[in-house]
Design a protein around this ligand. Sequence first.
Ligand code: 3NM
Length: 208
Amino acid sequence: MKGNLSECRLYGILDLSYVDDADIVAVAEAMIKGGVDLIQLRGKERTINELVDLAAELHELTIRFSTPLIVNDHAEIAKKVPVEGVHVGQEDDSIEVVRQKAGRELLVGKSTHSLKQAMAAQREGADYIGFGPIFATPTKPDYAPIGLSDIKRVHTEVSLPIFCIGGLSIDNLQSVIDAGAKRVVMVSALLKAHSIVDYARCTTDMLA
Ligand code: 3NM
């Protein structure tokens, strides 16, 4: 696996509401060429079996580039496919249950939506956290944005790698960096970019 998480800057989510199944490998390859450090497979509308097949297909590519592949929500997928990690939300399995279900060592990330949840995720044993949504986003429409004000504080209170997420694009990235972010997740801005390679490269340059 590539370096360690603390060296990761840009986390790309391959969200199946933006990408056709037939394009996932090409999109992941463009992300990797652009410098995306971690890739997540997210398919809220898909069955676990469908996600197992897609994760297996993607993993054949990501392993060639030593890019960690993380699956969203379901530890069961990690039992069947040698993905490098599982990401869970506040309403999903606890980190302990994820590790038990996977039955092997792997990265476990957790979505957090406040300073309090971020600190709790660290106590719970997460390997990294998402922190957001920073701005309003159609990718996660039911969550109120938390804004920029707690980004500095979460970096002093939590020693895990923190990935700011939610409504981020090249247009607002500098404000998020100025607020203290070191790592970000991008979904729609990256997936809708005219050139995913160039967009990712520009983002990683800004975070360097
Ligand atoms: N999780 P986009 S925000 C998947 O705050 C996700 O936990 C969030 O997508 C959180 O880059 C989000 O298109 C959506 O805004 C991010």
